[in-house]
Design a protein around this ligand. Structure first.
Ligand code: DP6
Length: 327
């Protein structure tokens, strides 16, 4: 059994839209940070004695859809390693299921590392990022720690649609507070939401057109450690992504009232000269991006908001890695 750990990430410049669905090629580049406190650990082995793949997620047999998605992903590695055996997978998130936190990024990145080792493939991190992308676009970024950029790429085979590290987690002492405002499973996941947006939003072309300049500015903000710029760009990309999703037909509303209250609370803190900025993915949780020294005051403000169930606090996390102990 091979065991790997990958940390979750969230985007400062958002990925929303695909240019090709089979290889899961993104229509926009994205820039993310990897999180220390939220991760998936997956153990995996190929076993000829198994009649079929056995997939356990968070202590339970995977649902037929989940099992299908994981088996197809492992097929990529079986093909490369000329392996015909079935696989046994045990995958566990360190955060409760239904916490409304995306797990596909850390899940597929951890599976990529474990499958690479179990199939003796010796693939590079770039190749693993390319393969992880086929599990889930955001998973390509979870191969690396710290600040990461996902490239759109140009090639039709997807070999340059990969994530590349921008700076390690030690580069900048940034911190994230995640306000959990709902534990319910979201109704429309990212994959479907993106498709609906691309097909129906009149603003989608503009979303695509402004991506390159957003990426460029964010790269500079990171390189210059310009926190204000980084924060402003994060809010802009988040609101732009939600604006384009809201303008799909039917419009996609991922927020609840506590989500909006958190956004206002974060902007009010800024009026009191506390540098904190929000970002929100395809769900109702709010991520407050801040510097380490300001954590207590921001946490106290977010806790006061009705509908905030709990707050997860995290520093930046490392590259995905192989662990010695198995699950
Ligand atoms: C809003 O990576 O979950 O979190 O490639 O279809 O699996 P698929 O989508 P996924 O989308 C993430 C969307 C987002 C923004 C982001 O993480 O960049």
């Amino acid at each position: 059994m091979v065991t790997a750990k990958a940390h979750s990430n969230f985007a400062l410049i958002k990925y929303w839209g695909k240019r090709e669905e089979v290889l899961n090629l993104p229509a926009v580049g994205s820039i993310s940070i990897t999180l220390q406190e939220i991760f998936t650990i997956s153990s995996l082995m190929f076993d000829k004695s198994l009649a079929q793949d056995m997939i356990e997620i968070n202590g339970k047999a995977a649902s037929p859809q989940e099992a299908q998605r994981v088996s197809s992903f492992i097929d990529l590695f079986r093909r490369l390693g000329k392996i015909t055996a079935a696989v046994k997978v045990i995958s566990r998130n360190n955060f409760p299921t239904g916490a409304g936190l995306a797990s596909s990024a850390s899940a597929f990145a951890s599976l990529a590392l474990a499958a690479n080792q179990a199939a003796n493939l010796n693939l590079t991190s770039s190749k693993l990022s390319e393969l992880a992308r086929m599990g889930s676009g955001s998973a390509a970024r979870s191969i690396f720690g710290g600040f990461v950029e996902m490239k759109i790429g140009k090639r039709s085979d997807g070999s340059d649609s990969i994530a590349v590290p921008i700076a390690g987690k030690e580069f900048w002492d940034m911190h994230v507070l995640i306000a959990i405002t709902s534990e319910k499973q979201k109704e429309i996941g990212s994959t479907v939401g993106m498709k609906m947006t691309a097909a129906t939003s009149p603003y989608y072309p503009q979303w695509i057109n402004t991506n390159q300049s957003d990426l460029k500015e964010m790269r500079h903000a990171i390189q210059n450690k310009d926190f204000e710029k980084l924060g402003e760009l994060s809010e802009l990309s988040c609101l732009k992504m939600h604006a384009v999703a809201l303008s799909a037909n039917p419009g996609l509303i991922y927020w609840n009232s506590a989500t909006i209250d958190c956004m206002h609370a974060i902007r009010n803190l800024r009026k009191q000269n506390i540098p904190v900025y929000f970002t929100i993915d395809a769900g109702p949780q709010v991520k407050a991006i801040c510097l380490k020294g300001d954590i207590p005051v921001i946490q106290a403000e977010l806790k006061k908001i009705r509908g905030v169930k709990r707050i997860i606090s995290s520093a930046l996390g490392p590259d995905a890695s192989i662990l010695e102990d198995q699950l």
